[in-house]
Each structure stands twice: as C-alpha cells, then as structure tokens.
Design a protein around this ligand. Structure first.
Ligand SMILES: [Zn+2]
Length: 402
C-alpha cells in the first residue's frame, strides 16, 4: 500500500519519498514509492502529472493491491531501494481537478436536496465534466440547482476531510451510501453534503469560483448534466464571448438580437435560393430556344447535341427545357473534365435515354443511370466533342431503327 499524501493535504505539491521498486513495462519505467502526492485515475477523476526525480510523469495508476504506480517518460537509472526521490505535482492541472471535483460534490448535493435527483455517475473530461442524474429534469429545475450550488460556493463553506470507522459512519447522513468496508474517508461540505470520497478537494467552497451548467441531455431515462467550474468556467466564457463578439460585428446587432438576426438571414437565403432556381428555369427556356435553331433532324425528330459550361443542375434544367418541346431529343455534355452527360427526350419520341447513357459510359467511362425520358452520367473521359459526336450517332442510329 502506498501512503497517499493527497488524502490529508491536497495542497502539497513537493514531497520526498523512498523508492520501493523500478520496473520496465512496455518500454516505459514504472516507479513505486513508499508514499506519494500523485493522484491516480479513479472515481471519475484523472491522474496528476508532474515530475519524479526531474523526469516527467506520464500516467499514475492504482494497482489492485492499493499500490500507486508512476509511469515515467524516460529511463530511471537502476537504483537501490530506499533511495530518496523528489516529486513535484503539476499544480495547475491538480487545482483544476480540485475545482471540478469539489464543484461536482456541491452540484450533485444541490440536485439531490432540491429535486431528489440522485447522481449515478461522474466523469471529468478534458474540457468539461458530466454527472448523470437518475431522473429527467425540466430546465427550470436544472437552473434552480445551479443557483443553489453557486450560493454554497459564494458562502465559502469549509470542506472538511476526516477518517471514520464503520460505527461512526453509520451515524452520518451520506448523500449516497458508501460501498467500501472498513475505515472511510469522508468529505463534508459543511452543512450541505457528506460523501465518502478518495479524491482531491479545495479547502473551502469559495475556491471553486463558480459552477456553470454548460448543457443537459436525456441519458438512460435520466439527465446528463455537463458543467464547468472555476478556471474552466472562465475559459468557456472567453470562448463564448469571442464567438459572440465576432457574430455581433458581422450582423451589426446586439448580442440579445443574434437569434432573430440569424433567423432573418436564413429566411433571406431561402428566398434567394428560390429566386435563383426560378431564374435558372427561365434562362434555360431562353437558351433552349437559341439551341433549337442549331438542331439536326432524323426523320421528324429534332436532335440537339451540345457541349456547354455548367454543372449537373444547369445541364438538367436545359435538357429538360429542350425536351419540353415536341419531337425533340437533347444530349448535353459538360466542357469541364471529367464530363457530365444528360440525355432527355420529349414524351412523343420513342427513345430510351438511359440506354444511350449506358452505351456512352461503356465507351467513355464513368457511371450513370436514369429513366427513358431523362438519364444522366458523370465521370466520362475524353474530348467533349468526341463524346458529343458519339452520342449524336447513337441517337440517330436508334431513331432510324424504328
Ligand atoms: Zn470527492
């Protein structure tokens, strides 16, 4: 069992300890000491980082027998047991974890006291922490718990850690019944929360700074609450402020007017898109009229074959406009490579446009499909004029077969 210095003094950053063992595991050095201030990952809280004998500590894990293992970034020279090693904790990371973790105690207790909403689990991520509540709560209940939790923060209540026997524990009003047997480490937010916990906590609630709920979602029949405390709350406010400042400048409105301003922009965009579609349709009709003059004929059927600039929508609009005229077949090839091909015909022409397209993709590559009235393909290779000539011949051949 490694003696855990953070149990009694979570503010300890520098310590000396005796080396107990050095081992190599997967190319990394694993150090075990007689005592440590490094917190190992457990109870939803990530491990501490820092240095041991000046070497970076990459990870801290708790072995099953209660031993704490320090994984180092680099080799530790073979050393006699009982050698003294100096350790230093990365205080910024530790204090951040203390703020989030103690904030979680206060927030969970607020949900429990106000709404009888039990915390089922806790997880501390890199940017935010989450608690999963057993029941589904409406927004007003979430807000009142947030307000209550911050009242406790600003009252700057002591956070007291003690060790109790099972007999002493039986008289305590735990928020959640402890699962461990034997001596318990009890963390009390004075007059507000009593929990059995092995984590690191701030000494008074004021050091949490502030508790902000960043979001909620339904989760396994209950509610998942995402929150940030202290320094993380400040960082997330800064991020939000930058985003809002930028948006406010672009839209020339007050922050409170952003949602309605965005709604207006979206409506304008929708109207503009509708208008563009309408105009593209009109344009296609005019262009079709110009192209029809250059059409060749097979029997009584007009055949319009052109290579033009445009995307699939433009090609389809134009082919559709041409096929809207009687006894007409249109085949359009895009000029940019790889080429698009659209074949369309009027209702009174007996021609399988999809077969023409299939024949062209067999010859020029690419893939496509469609219906007898209109078919299209993309990814065709070769000069557009060659594709245009081939498609004209194929249409003429099929029409004269009938
Ligand atoms: Zn705790």
């Amino acid at each position: 069992m490694t003696e855990r210095l953070y149990y009694t003094d979570p503010y300890l950053t520098d310590f000396d300890a005796r080396l107990q063992s050095v081992a190599e595991r997967e190319g990394r050095t694993v150090l075990v000491l007689d005592r440590t201030a490094f917190y190992p990952t457990s109870g939803g809280q990530p491990f501490d980082t820092g240095t041991l004998a000046g070497i970076r500590v990459l990870e801290v894990v708790e072995a099953e027998n209660g031993t704490i293992e320090h994984v180092l970034d680099g080799r530790f020279p073979p050393a006699p047991p009982a050698l003294t090693v100096h350790g230093r904790i990365d205080w910024n990371r530790r204090f951040d974890h203390m703020q989030q973790h103690t904030g979680q105690h206060v927030l969970s207790a607020a949900f429990d006291r106000l709404h009888q909403a039990r915390t089922m689990s806790f997880h501390m991520g890199r940017e935010a922490a989450t608690i999963d509540l057993a029941i589904d709560l409406p927004p007003a209940a979430i807000a009142s718990a947030e307000t209550e939790a911050n009242r406790i923060v600003w009252e700057d209540r002591p956070v007291i850690t003690s060790f109790v026997t099972p007999e002493q524990a039986s008289s305590l009003a735990f928020r959640k019944e402890p699962v461990r047997a034997g001596t318990l480490r009890v963390v009390e937010v004075e007059g507000f929360d009593v929990s059995a916990c092995g984590g690191t906590h701030v000494a008074r609630t004021g050091a949490i700074g502030v508790i902000l709920i960043a979001g909620t979602e339904k989760f396994r029949g209950g509610t998942r609450v995402t929150f940030v405390c202290g320094g993380r709350a400040m960082a997330s406010y800064r991020t939000a402020r930058q985003a809002i400042d930028g948006s406010v400048r672009l839209l020339s409105v007050l922050p409170s007017e952003l949602p309605s301003a965005i709604e207006r922009v979206q409506a304008d965009m929708k109207e503009a898109r509708r208008r563009i579609k309408e105009l593209a349709g009109d344009l296609a009709v005019h262009e079709a009229a110009a192209l029809i003059g250059r059409a060749g004929e097979t029997g009584s059927v007009r055949i319009v074959v052109e290579s033009i600039d445009g995307d699939a929508t433009r090609l389809k609009d134009l082919a559709g406009a041409l096929a809207g005229r009687p006894t007409t077949v249109a085949a359009l090839v895009s000029r940019t490579s790889p080429h698009l091909l659209v074949v369309a015909r009027s209702g009174d022409v007996a021609l399988e446009s999809d077969e023409i397209v299939r024949e062209m993709t067999k010859r020029f590559g690419g893939r496509g499909g469609g219906r007898p009235e209109m078919a299209q393909a993309g990814g065709l290779g070769g000069p557009p004029d060659a594709i245009a000539d081939a498609v004209r011949e194929a249409i003429a051949a099929r029409l004269s077969d009938r």
